[in-house]
Design a protein around this ligand. Structure first.
Ligand code: UDP
Length: 316
């Protein structure tokens, strides 16, 4: 599900390359058909442009597959703040449909969750068994985290109550070709601004930090998680531990793309509207996934940014 999105399309491509058959269901709300257009020539590839809430289509597709990667969700902080009703509905009812249908045919499900589910965090780095600290429900941003937490609870419930094989993964900031800046994601936004020679827009003071993991590394983790029986019934962080402030990131992008762009600072209120709470730091503890499936990222932030800059240079 969500196979026409940024991460889903890379996963579909990798699975096809290793000889699997892949069917994508995507309603193209944030996914793009052009992300999978190059796969449509393959005899092992099928797609359905449909919402995952469609019971009949889901039943047909799930009955025929061996394994489900559930990646369809409302994405991006900007979209979530703009369209909170859609976010909550998509994330909760969509995952409910996926799990219900998977149970009907007893198919294994890998469920995408998010580092947002740690909320503001109670300690660093964020580890799977940590408590969760979310902001008040009057602050829209946390609706995304809360809806994804419902998905996680539901997946664990299916595992415990019905022994449905599930694996849940919390994705931290992921970057790579085909990610669009249209939903507020910082890296594609910065790269496009830098390549166009436009001001690179740092929100707040730029001292907030993130860790960015290349989509190629994320896809490797997703493939391995499906193959390891030990991963079933568990939750895993997937991300890089290489921390960078957003201001450092802006400088890196300008530097690596050889751009003459200036950096401009934009107050949070102006970027996201009033009452927005940003995360000052977000760093995953990835020891659990390393111990379970021996996964760690291979690409550094610089390598990944260089790949991305080349992609946007040839894409535009
Ligand atoms: N950000 C920024 N300029 C932009 C877009 C985002 O400074 O043009 C900041 C944003 O406020 C946040 C960080 O970059 O502190 C990462 O934002 P993104 O939306 O990519 O991911 P998330 O906030 O979900 O980690």
């Amino acid at each position: 599900t969500g196979g026409a999105g940024f991460i889903g399309s890379h996963l579909a491509e990798a699975l096809l390359q290793s000889g699997h058959s892949v069917t994508v269901i995507d309603d193209l709300s944030t996914g793009r058909f052009e992300n999978i257009a190059h796969l449509t020539g393959s005899a092992n590839f099928e797609f359905a442009i449909e919402t995952i809430s469609d019971r009949i289509v889901m039943d047909r597709l799930v009955s025929r597959c061996d394994l489900i990667y559930h990646l369809a969700a409302a994405v991006g902080v900007k979209l979530i703040v703009q369209d909170p009703v859609h976010t909550i509905e998509t994330n909760v009812t969509g995952t409910n449909m996926v799990l219900k249908t998977a149970l009907r045919y007893r198919k294994k499900v890998l469920i995408a969750s998010t580092s947002e589910a740690y909320g503001k965090g109670v300690r660093f780095p964020f580890s799977e068994e940590d408590d969760v600290l979310l902001g008040a429900t009057s602050r829209q941003r946390w609706a995304y985290a809360a809806s994804k937490m419902v998905d996680e609870f539901l997946a664990f419930a299916y595992y415990r109550q019905y022994e449905l094989p599930v694996v849940i993964f919390r994705l931290f900031n992921t970057i790579g070709p085909r990610q669009t800046g249209s939903y507020g994601m910082v890296v594609p936004g910065f790269v496009q601004q830098a390549l166009a020679g436009e001001p690179v827009t740092v929100y707040g003071d730029g001292n907030q930090s993130r860790c960015f993991c290349d989509v190629a590394d994320v896809v490797r983790a997703l493939v391995a998680l499906a193959e390891h029986r030990d991963a079933e019934g568990q939750l895993f962080n997937i991300g890089s531990m290489e921390e960078v402030t957003i201001l450092e990131l802006a400088r890196k992008v300008i530097d690596l793309s050889g751009s003459g762009s200036q950096i401009t600072f934009i107050p949070y209120e102006e970027a996201y509207g009033p009452g927005f709470e940003d995360m000052r730091r977000r760093v995953p503890d990835t020891s659990k996934i390393y111990e379970t499936i021996a996964w760690a990222p291979r690409l550094s932030l610089d390598d990944s940014l260089k790949r991305l800059i080349d992609f946007y240079k040839t894409d535009s």
